[in-house]
Unconditional design. Structure first.
Length: 456
């Protein structure tokens, strides 16, 4: 029976890690882009300020007038950064001196004060810096202001290139983080998968506690699992003890009651009372057989759940069963014959095999006619061993349910003590060993035939 699945922990963990990686990649792109923009703007501002300062330092007085010498390096340093256009303007107080008279000037309030401004100029976005200093002209102190501006096309191109690089960096980080997420989820869940594989590989009789080292988070799970195994072991031990005790407690009183009824029937003279006692004896026999076979099936279920195969010679195992049932066969004037082949070694639980074959032979003896024969034979090949039991009874008839199901009996069983469990027990035993049992009627004469295959 499979538990109800709520989804894969591995996929959920990978999904959460991948979503986190995607958010971090987006944050990385944003931070990188913002840093690149700030760095590019600061670089442009520093170059603009250096250019404006260079022009301002070349402003001088000559014969009471103002001389403005625009150094080539002042504008060349801006051209070396990008191919943007450069504008400048020099003012003496409120008076325009040279440059572009329509270039806006940022207000400077004190000497050596510097102001940066972004605005539009002649249809382009520009970045402008205005710096000033005091200069004595004709005995009067005048404020000289220099404004240098540059268009933003080159800066935009550089920012676009940096954005593409940031996107590639973010995608690379995302791919790497996704790979690490898959690896991490697989590695984290590997102890749980190894534990599940270890549990699935254990046989039904392997009830040892788990002692392998596990991560700290799995210690409560291992402790609970070991506690469950311990409780299961105690429950199985109690079940085995109960079956053994029940077999003794149930069969012995029924046998005693049957014996007393047999003795009593010999002392009763009236036929109707004797018939009543015979019906009671029959009911006791059926109850005893049903109780015994129910206990046998419980024992078979326990042993098949904890199957411990042993390499044996199947012929020796079958001979023990024949020896025990020979007195029962002789009471019905039935002859048990055996034909054993060589090399019939198989790996089985001998107790379960003897129980199954005993049920099959008991059925054959019970349903075959008096003064007839029940034959048991074995054969073998490279793959396995074959067992065949045939009798001279009424054979197997077609019924609504298979005869190997619990409590199913054919019409041939009417009037015969039985519980409908013998074939069920035998089929379960052979199937537990990887074998198969087939029921058929003899093709040569009357009677039924049971064919069994057991792999080596």
């Amino acid at each position: 029976m499979k538990g109800r699945a709520l989804g894969s922990m591995r996929r959920q963990m990978i999904a959460q890690l991948v979503v986190g990686a995607a958010l971090l990649a987006a944050l990385l792109i944003f931070v990188f882009q913002d840093f690149a923009r700030r760095f590019a703007e600061e670089s442009q501002d520093n170059v603009l300020l250096a250019s404006a300062t260079s022009i301002l330092e070349n402003v001088s007085e000559d014969a009471g007038g103002l001389i403005v010498d625009i150094p080539y390096a002042a504008l060349a340093m801006l051209g070396s950064v990008s191919d943007d256009r450069v504008f400048y303007r020099v003012d003496q107080g409120p008076t325009f001196v040279t440059g572009y008279d329509d270039l806006s000037v940022a207000e400077t309030t004190t000497a050596n004060d510097t102001s940066f401004v972004s605005s539009g100029f002649r249809g382009d976005q520009i970045r402008a810096v205005t710096t000033s200093r005091l200069l004595s002209l004709g005995g009067q102190t005048q404020r000289i202001r220099v404004t240098v501006a540059q268009t933003q096309d080159g800066l935009g191109d550089r920012l676009d290139e940096l954005f593409r690089r940031a996107v590639l960096l973010g995608l690379g980080f995302f791919v790497l983080a996704t790979g690490l997420s898959v690896w991490t989820a697989t590695r984290v869940l590997r102890p749980m998968q190894e534990l599940a594989l270890s549990v699935s590989r254990r046989g039904p009789d392997e009830l040892r506690p788990f002692e392998r080292p596990v991560p700290t988070e799995m210690v409560p799970l291992i402790s609970s699992l070991n506690g469950f195994i311990a409780r299961l072991r105690r429950a199985l031990d109690r079940s085995e003890d109960f079956i053994t005790e029940a077999a003794h407690r149930v069969r012995t009183p029924l046998a005693t009651v049957r014996t007393q009824a047999e003795v009593l029937s010999r002392r009763i003279e009236r036929d109707e009372n004797r018939q009543t006692l015979r019906k009671m004896i029959r009911a006791i026999d059926e109850s005893s057989r049903a109780a015994g076979q129910l206990l046998d099936q419980a024992m078979v279920n326990l042993r098949t759940d904890a199957l411990q195969p042993t390499q044996i010679d199947l012929n020796d195992c079958l001979q023990d069963v024949v020896t025990r049932l020979t007195p029962v066969a002789e009471l019905r004037d039935v002859e048990l014959t055996t034909t054993f082949a060589d090399d019939c070694h198989v790996s089985v639980d001998p107790i379960l095999i003897q129980n199954a074959v005993s049920n099959l032979l008991d059925n054959a003896i019970k349903y075959t006619s008096a003064e007839s024969c029940v034959a048991l034979s074995t054969s073998s090949d490279v793959d396995g061993v074959y067992l065949k039991i045939s009798d001279e009874g009424p054979g197997f008839e077609a019924v609504d349910q298979p005869l190997t199901e619990r409590f199913v009996r054919g019409s041939a069983g009417e009037g015969t003590v039985g519980s409908g469990l013998g074939l069920t027990i035998a089929a379960e035993v052979f199937e537990a060993h990887g074998g198969k049992m087939t029921l058929s009627n003899n093709t040569e004469g009357k009677g039924g035939c049971v064919d069994v295959y057991l792999p080596r």
